[in-house]
Design a protein around this ligand. Structure first.
Ligand code: NOJ
Length: 738
């Protein structure tokens, strides 16, 4: 056993809170003080490991034993990880490694992609899903996930919108906090990424430049990060992007000024994959030595994959280019997280094989999450739900029976063979005999139409057609940006061919982003937007299609009518010449239409196809009796409405509260989400829904980066989406400032 363990046994026994008790800090400092510079730089280095690479374990254990490595990613094998930890314990100071993995929406059991999880508007469910994922991952020797991704995403061309909570900072904060609580409640570290502004990539092209004024950065992009920091997230990841001329990974303002100084963060920051090395490509570092200097100076504590710190750290300190104090701070932060996870005392995983994976209760949770993530976009003539006694149902389309595509992007250790497809799910409900199937075209992106005839034949022989179309898993996630957002491949032609049969047509649309559904939408009787629902996709979708469950999901990113509208998001500013309902034509088709001198396009309706917060149900809901209370002593107002299920079925509704600061020193969004509640009501049932609106939620960062709450009129809306019409207002009295 290394010397470190003797020290720890004597001096430190109690479990730490993350805001570290003094005793823990003394333990960390004692450890840092015994380390050589080389050992410190080892702590600051993370290797990506492919266990199938010959000799890798020997290499890894040798590095661990020599104290030259602090972290790994991609080891999903408890026995291998234990071997590495054993070697680390045998090192001079016995400091174990922390092993990370992209556990983005589940581990072996896959939950809906994060954009789908956000569509549940159910943070408690999201928290439970994260906790279940953590339990599975921990059983395989993983200590830390690179999740939640809480980048605000206003551009569906950006493939990583799939990993986000969508366009709204309030909702993204709630989902991010829920995930952090879920993971860390299992003693499994979370990572807030990508710090910061990564989602604002120009043209929605992944890794592209971002230019975000400081007011917008603080009022929109940084908000979810601040929320998870307050919730105790243990790590942050510095982003790939260039932010206002300084790449995030070299951004002292972000990581030293905001994160550490203003917010008081004391966990560690990991770079993104080789993003320290990429500082040379950004043209801000002359070489790797310079890149290491910039990364360490800016506050990136752990270097993922590239080896600039290891290769140049010693010389940088010896030459005085960076002070050893910076290195000590980074190492202390890394050790703090290891200490909090208990790794310093017990680094091994109880290897129970696969026994913690795919447990029945985890699959049940995945099914519930998938069900709640589904969004009904259209239901002409109440075509859905379908009757279970229908004689024949055609389940067609390239995604109807595509196991891998149920998982979605970043499914990592998820396995296609664990998944249940829509075809499986409908067959399980109706039996094999009544379900006809043909894929129509081999994959989502294929242009091959030779299977159309079989799909049309199935449709002709059925009473209803369920067409499973959209994006497969490979069209979204990292580096999967798209310039066109229509159904890819031959699928729009397939929908036309199916519609031409005259059979009732239900589209089940898979996707990792809002799509432009302008062409298929008029052909469909109903559209159920299902994202990528994960392992239990099939049963969840079948339950909703056949009315065993009522859909209640709502979109968290605006669906454009045309790519040219992007970026289009609900919490935009008004402009001096807003597009009003008076000058909006429903059927604008040509450039000749008079639209006035207002902020809109000539050739497309100014409203989106589906607004933020939108989603239908099999029942309907009514809102009335908006009451805005007086503030209590702490400045919090209660705002309540009467919510009634006005339809004939039980269902869940997400009641949403929006506000607008009518006149402020900085132009403010036309609406901002400030509260939401998901409520289940029986037919005819009513309830009062009350939101607490704290005074801080009325504030914003002004041009001088001061957080201010300015007195004056605030408008309020409550309803089922961001176009809610039930409104009121209140006047905030008092002085500017908080
Ligand atoms: C690059 C991605 O940007 C990041 O989100 C991910 O966690 C790392 N690679 C590790 O796989």
């Amino acid at each position: 056993m290394g010397r470190f363990f003797q020290i720890s046994a004597v001096a430190f026994t109690c479990a730490a809170s993350f805001q570290s008790a003094l005793g823990d800090e003394a333990r960390l400092s004692a450890l840092v003080s015994q380390m050589t510079l080389e050992e410190k730089l080892g702590q600051m280095s993370q290797w990506s490991v492919d266990l199938s690479e010959p000799g890798i374990l020997e290499k890894l254990t040798a590095a661990a034993r020599a104290g030259r490595i602090g972290s790994t990613l991609n080891i999903n094998d408890a026995a291998a990880m234990n071997a590495v930890q054993k070697a680390a314990r045998e090192s001079r100071l016995g400091v174990p490694l922390i092993n990370g993995q992209d556990v983005i929406h589940g581990y072996r059991t896959q939950f809906p992609i994060p954009l789908g999880q956000a569509a549940t508007w159910n943070p408690e469910l999201v928290r439970e899903a994260a906790a279940a994922a953590a339990r599975e991952a921990k059983s395989k020797g993983v200590h830390w996930t690179f999740s939640p991704m809480i980048d605000i995403a206003r551009d569906p061309r950006w493939g990583r919108i799939a990993e986000s909570g969508g366009e709204d900072p309030y909702l993204t904060s709630a989902m991010g906090v829920a995930m952090v609580q879920g993971y860390q409640g299992e003693n499994f570290a979370a990572c807030a990424k990508h710090f910061a502004g990564y989602g604002a990539a120009e043209a929605g092209r992944d890794y592209n430049t971002t230019l975000i004024p400081e007011t917008e950065l603080r009022n929109v992009y940084l908000k979810p990060f601040h929320a998870v920091q307050k919730a105790g997230v243990m790590t942050f990841m510095s982003a790939f992007n260039d932010l206002n001329g300084t790449p995030a990974t070299a951004n002292t303002f972000l990581m030293r000024q905001v994160l550490r100084k203003e917010w008081g963060f004391n966990g560690f920051v990991v770079s993104d994959w080789e993003s320290v090395m990429e500082l040379t490509r950004h043209g801000i570092a002359a070489d790797l030595r310079d890149a290491a200097r910039l990364g360490i100076t800016a506050g990136v504590d752990l270097e993922m994959v590239s080896t600039a710190y290891l290769d140049h750290g010693v010389e940088l300190v010896k030459s005085g280019a960076i002070s050893e104090e910076l290195i000590n701070d980074s190492v202390r932060s890394i050790l703090r997280v290891k200490e909090r996870l208990g790794l310093l005392d017990q680094p091994f995983t109880d290897d129970k094989g696969d026994s913690a994976l795919l447990l029945p209760e985890t699959l049940a949770l995945a099914r519930r999450a998938a069900t709640e993530s589904l969004v009904l976009l259209k239901n002409k003539g109440a075509r859905l739900p379908l009757e279970e006694k229908l004689p024949k149902v055609a389940v067609v389309g390239p995604l109807a029976d595509s196991h891998a595509d149920m998982l979605g992007c970043w499914s990592c250790v998820g396995k296609p063979e664990d998944t249940v497809t829509v075809l499986d799910g409908v067959r399980a409900l109706l039996g094999n005999d009544r379900v006809l199937h043909a894929s129509g075209t081999p994959s989502d992106v294929s242009l091959d139409k030779s299977g159309f005839a079989a799909a049309v034949e199935a449709a002709n022989n059925a009473d209803v057609v369920i067409a499973c179309v959209g994006e497969g898993a490979l069209l979204n996630g990292e580096a999967r940006s798209r310039a066109f957002l229509n159904l890819p491949g031959a699928q729009e032609d397939l929908v036309d061919a199916l519609a031409a049969t005259g059979k009732p047509l239900v589209l089940v649309v898979f996707s990792g982003r809002p799509l432009v559904l302008a062409r298929p939408e008029p052909k469909a009787d109903a559209i159920l937007f299902v994202w990528h629902p994960g392992t239990m996709a099939g049963p969840a979708i079948a339950d909703v299609l056949f009315g065993r469950e009522t859909p209640g999901g709502k979109i968290t990113a605006t669906f454009p009518r045309a790519v040219g509208q992007i970026p289009i998001y609900y919490n935009a500013r008004n402009t001096g010449r807003p597009s009003t309902t008076e000058n909006v034509g429903e059927t604008l088709g040509t450039a000749e239409h008079p639209v006035g001198y207002s902020s809109r396009h000539l050739d497309v309706h100014s409203a989106p196809a589906y607004p933020f917060g939108f989603g239908l149900s099999y029942t309907t809901f009514g809102y009335s009796d908006l009451v805005i209370g007086q503030p209590d002593a702490g400045g919090t107002r209660q705002i309540s409405v009467r919510l009634t299920n006005t339809g004939k079925r039980a269902g869940s509704e997400v009641a949403q509260l929006y506000i607008q600061d009518a006149v402020a020193s900085l132009t403010r969004p036309v609406r901002e989400l400030k509260g939401f509640k998901k409520v289940t009501l029986q037919p005819g049932e009513s309830t009062n829904v009350t939101f607490a609106l704290p005074r801080e939620e009325l504030g914003f960062y002004d041009q001088q980066s001061r957080f201010v709450v300015e007195p004056g009129v605030f408008r309020v809306w409550v309803g089922g989406d961001s176009t809610a019409s039930l409104s009121g207002e209140f006047v905030l009295l008092g002085q500017s400032g908080l």
